[in-house]
Design a protein around this ligand. Structure first.
Ligand code: GLN
Length: 490
């Protein structure tokens, strides 16, 4: 079977079902066996959900012809980041403090995927509470990069990216607060979409930084990512930040004339710290687009240099507030609860402290500090103002009335996937790997991360990102789809 090849897409999977080459149960059985075997070396999944996915697969088989006609994700095997809730399954956010938490409801994205026929093979690994860029901060296990097992898969959605790259699933979900979809997609050489802030409901996602978080898809192709995005997007009464944009044709690229798009490259992204490999791949991609007739020009986003510091004030501030709800008593392994001299406050301190890893602890401390009275104005309020300047830079570049561009292209990361352990003792150098992704979250824009060329085992993958205007996913997906089909051959 071709299931486990890089070019095996949702469309091919559906074709096989239509031609009765396999049933959903047979296909899902094979995917599960393959994924479990591969997982031993890669560690993309924290756990599998074998029984329920096979059970749901057999229900789908009963309604195969109908389902194939109406549901775009009918029977497709997916992986779900373990900070997104699936009813009656664990959702740990890769933290000991949620080790035994079992979700009592479905996240909105999960209900939507379920009703479009998608199947969840299991929950994927991440950095604890989605804080990190390598998935090494998971309290439970390491996720290796399927393209080179000595390297990290990126983060924080490393498990979801690796699961797609290793052909264990045809699509997966991640969350992107500062790059956590685009960066691991880049390290593993798959497609990842960070939607516009508000395009996808976050109801049922473990909150990291509420003004930045978005859920989005990973897939093997832009078209597949668009299909998943179309299914999960839309307004939700349970998330007041969700917008009611109509995305019903977001995966139909026929009427988009991508060649008419004016594309900008921000000069501030061409930094000294960028590796030769990344620079060369990005320049090659730009060269190919130019030769193909695209109108590409240099633009300036002058406040880019403040993005990282701004993010590392806003994110910890919001995270410290969001994480305050975990007491370390309910879902971890609390001690002292039965002691004679039980003291409430001491017990909280002890258990909460023991169940939270170094990175969340660092950010809770930072966040509490920048929000404290006396420092609030100097740090948090100031960072909010800088955030506005970063957004204004983008809005100005996109402003058509003054010769603005339709989309921006830029590298995703300054380097390719780094070695396991290389940055674990140096949080600052880890933070620097998000330098190109963070401004997009601060501005709430959508961005698509896609390979500069089709993966072959000669080099590590390099992705670039296409950044769009708010709610302009259709155009950036159409451009990505064009690039992938016409310009990504070596
Ligand atoms: N790597 C970034 C961080 O550590 C991004 C995290 C994310 O997008 N969830 O904060």
């Amino acid at each position: 079977m071709d299931f486990f090849k890089q070019d095996f897409t949702i469309e091919k999977y559906h074709l096989g079902l239509k031609e009765k080459k396999y049933s959903v149960v047979e296909a899902i059985g094979e995917f599960l066996n393959y994924a479990k075997k591969e997982n031993e070396k890669i560690g993309a999944f924290l756990r599998f959900n074998e029984k329920e996915s096979l059970q749901r697969a057999s229900e789908l088989d009963k309604n195969l012809d109908e389902g194939l006609k109406k549901d775009s994700l009918f029977g497709i095997p997916m992986g779900i980041k373990d900070n997104i809730l699936i009813s009656e399954q664990k959702a740990t956010a890769a933290s000991k403090i949620l080790e035994n938490y079992i979700a009592s409801y479905d996240a909105t994205v999960i209900s939507k995927l379920k009703s479009s026929g998608a199947l969840f093979l299991g929950k994927t690994n991440l950095d604890e509470f989605a804080m990190g860029s390598s998935t090494e901060n998971s309290a439970f296990q390491l996720t290796r990069n399927p393209r080179d097992l000595s390297r990290v898969s990126g983060g924080s959605s490393g498990g979801s990216a690796a699961a797609v790259a290793a052909n264990m699933v045809l699509g997966s979900l991640g969350t992107d607060t500062g790059g956590s979809i685009r960066q691991p997609a880049g390290f593993c050489g798959v497609v990842g979409l960070k939607p516009t802030y508000g395009a996808v409901s976050r109801y049922g996602a473990v909150a990291l930084a509420s003004s930045l978080d978005q859920i989005g898809p990973f897939a093997k192709t832009v078209k597949d990512a668009a299909k998943i995005f179309k299914t999960i997007s839309g307004h939700d009464n349970l998330d007041s930040t969700s917008s009611d944009i109509n995305y019903s044709e977001v995966d139909d690229f026929k009427n988009v004339d991508v060649k008419k798009m004016v594309i900008g490259i921000p000069k501030e992204y061409m930094i000294d710290g960028m590796s030769e490999e990344v620079k060369k791949s990005f320049d090659d991609a730009v060269g190919k687009m130019k030769r193909d007739g695209f109108n590409i020009k240099e633009i300036s986003l002058p406040n880019t240099k403040y993005a990282l510091s701004c993010y590392y004030i806003i994110l910890p501030a919001e995270a410290s507030a969001n994480l305050a709800r975990y007491d370390g008593l309910r879902y971890s392994k609390p001690e002292d609860l039965k002691n004679e001299d039980f003291k409430l406050i001491e017990t909280y301190f002890k258990n909460r402290g023991a169940a939270i890893g170094d990175e969340p602890r660092r950010r809770i401390l930072l966040g509490t500090f920048v929000l404290s009275s006396g420092y609030y104005d100097a740090y948090y309020a100031k960072a909010q103002k800088v955030r506005r300047l970063i957004l204004d830079d983008f809005l100005k570049s996109f402003d058509k009335s003054s010769g603005g561009v339709d989309a921006i292209i830029a590298p995703v990361t300054p380097t390719t996937a780094f070695k396991i352990g290389e940055k674990t003792d140096d949080p600052l150098s880890m933070y620097l790997s998000d330098i190109f992704t963070i401004p997009v979250n601060l501005a709430g824009l959508p961005a698509l991360s896609l390979p500069t060329k089709k993966y072959s085992d000669k080099n590590l993958p390099v992705n670039f990102q296409i950044i769009g205007k708010h709610f302009d996913e259709k155009n950036i997906l159409a451009l990505g789809n064009y690039y992938e089909n016409n310009l990504s051959e070596n």
